[in-house]
Write a protein that binds this ligand. Sequence first.
Ligand SMILES: Cc1cc2nc3c(=O)[nH]c(=O)nc-3n(C[C@H](O)[C@H](O)[C@H](O)COP(=O)(O)O)c2cc1C
Ligand code: SF4
Ligand code: SF4
Length: 263
Amino acid sequence: MRTVIYYFSGTGNSLDVAQGLAKSFINEDVEIINLSTIHIHEFKILSSDRIGIIFPIYMGRMPIMVSNFLEKLVADKSKYVFAIATYGGLAGDVIQQVKTKLKIRGIKLSAGFLVKMPENFIPFFGAIPEAEQQKLFQRKDRKISQIAHYITKKKKGHFENDFFLINMLYSGFIGKMGQKMIPTADKNFWTTDKCNGCEICCKICPADNIIIRNERPVWKHKCELCLACLQWCPLEAIQYKKSTLKRKRYQNPNINAGNLTTR
Ligand SMILES: Cc1cc2nc3c(=O)[nH]c(=O)nc-3n(C[C@H](O)[C@H](O)[C@H](O)COP(=O)(O)O)c2cc1C
Ligand code: SF4
Ligand code: SF4
């Protein structure tokens, strides 16, 4: 049995889940692929029996890159396809959105799960205390075991979503409005004098949205708002408006910047 897991991740939560799940498939062939490293025109998956897609929830919806990937995906009906979305508090109906997008491609989503992880949207919230993070990670480990059990048995039909009203308001109205602003939200990033031009932000950006000019990052307005650049900057030199000046950065402790670097 061969499984390919495609992931998108800014601060490592979704990669952490992908790696945890891969470890649970004992004696099986599992490959984990960073979505931002593949070129998506029309994307054909030929060589795996199971396909997994793991990503964070942004404003009750999926990241733009994940959406683009699903819109180009070609896979035959025999594949077992599952999705896992990580989130901080309000999931919306993102699993239903994945199901609908795949249906348009003639692909059936077999199962979809939600995994609650530490919130990383630093313009609103700084990192939660480590003890609280650890509790979420313990819950995440238990959830991964349940998911692995379900997937290994190739069971079908389990789809996790939020409540109907939340979905309508949040994923529907607010999410759709919010997502339109994402690509140019990078105009709110700026750097303090701490920046030393190390280029880590540029190398970690999954959207190839940063160039270094005069030893400082410059954003190109095709942002995913994953916040990887801001959260992983070793000198905490990147800010989002003024709200992040005193906020604690979040990086998933099981992942390091090198794991997410694409260039
Ligand atoms: C732009 C943005 C929007 C977000 N919106 C939501 C949301 O609508 N609901 C939620 O529960 N968490 C939201 N989050 C939190 C992330 O989904 C969550 O922390 C996720 O696990 C991060 O995964 P990653 O570390 O793989 O990037 C948002 C984070 C970002 C950066
Ligand atoms: S990661 Fe931080 S210090 Fe390094 S170039 Fe980017 S902003 Fe500057
Ligand atoms: S510029 Fe920053 S926030 Fe935007 S996609 Fe790149 S790493 Fe993520």
